[in-house]
Design a binder for this molecule. Structure first.
Ligand SMILES: Nc1ncnc2c1ncn2[C@@H]1O[C@H](COP(=O)(O)OP(=O)(O)OP(=O)(O)O)[C@@H](O)[C@H]1O
Length: 445
């Protein structure tokens, strides 16, 4: 069964600009045999697609599916009307760098988190389709869109993907991506420096506001109040709001009821842990993007040992690849077994940040003050970076939360540490051994 949303997105992406403007108002519904059923909002669009666009669409569909594939178009009046904005310009080869300098963007998006790199499967198909629809027609389809689910399942990835898509296809739209912790900090800073007007305009003069981990608004009364007004302003102006949360709004009990009910106005969609096939597909995509060579058996082994968290799945692959690179050998099943046995002993109990920090301080023979302090002595700085990396890898904590534990550091410092260890672990054997031994100690403590 092909991934419908992905397939249809591919068809749209490869169409010329005028065609794409028509296809933007469509929704893939189902595949019956070799016929793809697509819904459109009105008779004019149906007619246009049926009579003029069909040959090129069917040709593209057939080549993507590897067999003759037909198109059936039906009308669903509930589908959104065509956006008032003019047809989107052609995407460029490097959309982000090609963005016009005059556009005031406030996006620091992870370049890896795009729709292209996202694997859609039964556990996330609806969230993926909703995110794609919102990216295609910001402010016109589901508003707000709320994506919720447990840690490490791709919510942030989809949020960034929307950001990438909008910034590359709609040059005139302003996008802002923010974690809820950043939003709260921004607000507190604005109050303390009497700059609330600036704060407001930076959040309200946008076309697409992407807010990650909205559950952190719980119990923050003043920020909730402020966000309530931001939400209303944007929503009234038909500006797109997308949020992620670890729970559905009704379970965000420490949130003001009026805010909670607004979060339920649009579309809420969850992400579930991926099934085995999807996990394997995710690993396969990652292997390809990193130009690694790993056989199906290895991928199946890793995917079967790590059932829920995709961040852990990626972490395991990184470690397996690191050891192979250090040993200058291929990625084999035996090597993967070795790494996985270290990473996931059968009797492992969940760990928390404190256990990781205690173990790191003791392993490197440094004090807790050193670990969370600002010393730049190489061993201490490395110990700190490894400890942050392990907090990210072995717990569900967000980057800002980890930063807080390490002496109130910014989330970008944690991100830097995680990236640095990920980069070096495959070329520095000492580092690999330190990370492995420390993980063992933490898992067995
Ligand atoms: N369907 C998918 N296809 C490809 N990669 C995925 C998919 N889902 C998750 N990932 C990858 O898994 C990792 C974790 O995903 P992400 O950070 O988006 O999770 P999250 O749900 O936002 O977690 P948290 O709530 O802890 O922030 C990322 O590297 C992401 O790219």
């Amino acid at each position: 069964m092909p991934d419908l949303a992905g397939l249809w997105n591919d068809v749209i992406a490869s169409a010329d600009v005028p065609t794409r403007a028509w296809l933007r108002r469509t929704q893939p519904l189902d595949m019956h045999g070799s016929t793809l059923m697509v819904a459109v909002g009105d008779e004019t669009t149906r007619e246009r697609i049926e009579t003029r666009l069909r040959p090129q669409i069917e040709e593209r569909l057939s080549s993507l599916c590897g067999q003759n594939t037909h198109l059936a178009v039906m009308i669903n009046p509930e589908l959104v009307a065509e956006p008032e904005s003019p047809p989107a310009p052609e995407p460029t080869e490097e959309p982000r760098r090609a963005a016009p300098r005059s556009r005031p963007q406030d996006v620091r998006l992870n370049p890896r988190y795009t729709f292209e790199s996202f694997v859609a499967g039964s556990s996330n198909r609806f969230a993926h389709a909703a995110a794609a629809a919102v990216a295609e027609t910001p402010g016109k389809s589901y508003n707000p869109l709320m994506i919720y689910g447990p840690s490490g399942l791709g919510k942030t990835h989809l949020l960034h993907a929307i950001g990438h898509y909008v910034t590359s296809y709609y040059e005139q739209l302003r996008v802002k991506y923010v974690s809820t912790e950043e939003l709260t900090n921004d607000f507190i800073n604005a109050i303390s420096s009497n700059r609330t007007a600036e704060f407001r305009s930076s959040y309200r003069d946008v076309d697409v506001l992407l807010v990650d981990d909205i559950q952190f608004l719980e119990s923050k009364i003043q920020t909730q109040e402020e966000f309530f007004h931001t939400f209303n302003t944007l929503h009234n102006a038909q500006k797109q709001i997308v949020m992620t949360s670890d729970r559905p709004p009704k379970l965000l009990e420490a949130l003001e009821p009026r805010l909670r009910s607004r979060f339920e106005w649009g579309l809420m969609t969850d992400i579930q842990p991926p099934d085995l096939e999807t996990r394997i597909a995710i690993l396969r995509k990652k292997v390809a993007s990193q130009r690694l060579t790993a056989g199906t058996q290895v991928l199946e082994l890793i995917a079967s040992r790590i059932p829920t968290n995709i961040r852990e799945l990626e972490g395991a692959l990184t470690r397996v690849a690191a050891l192979a690179s250090l040993n200058q050998q291929e990625i084999t099943v035996a090597l993967a077994e070795q790494v996985l046995n270290d990473l996931m002993p059968d009797d492992a109990t969940p760990v928390d940040a404190q256990a990781i920090m205690d173990a790191a301080a003791s392993y490197f023979s440094i004090s807790m003050d050193d670990l969370i302090g600002s010393s730049r002595v190489a061993t201490i700085a490395t110990a700190r970076q490894i400890a942050m990396y392990l907090c990210r890898e072995l717990t569900d904590m967000s980057l800002p939360k980890i930063g807080n534990k390490f002496g109130g550091r910014d989330h970008s410092t944690v991100l830097h540490a995680v990236r640095k260890i990920n980069e070096k672990i495959g070329v520095d054997r000492d580092l690999f051994n330190q990370v492995t031994e420390l993980t063992n100690q933490i898992k067995q403590s």
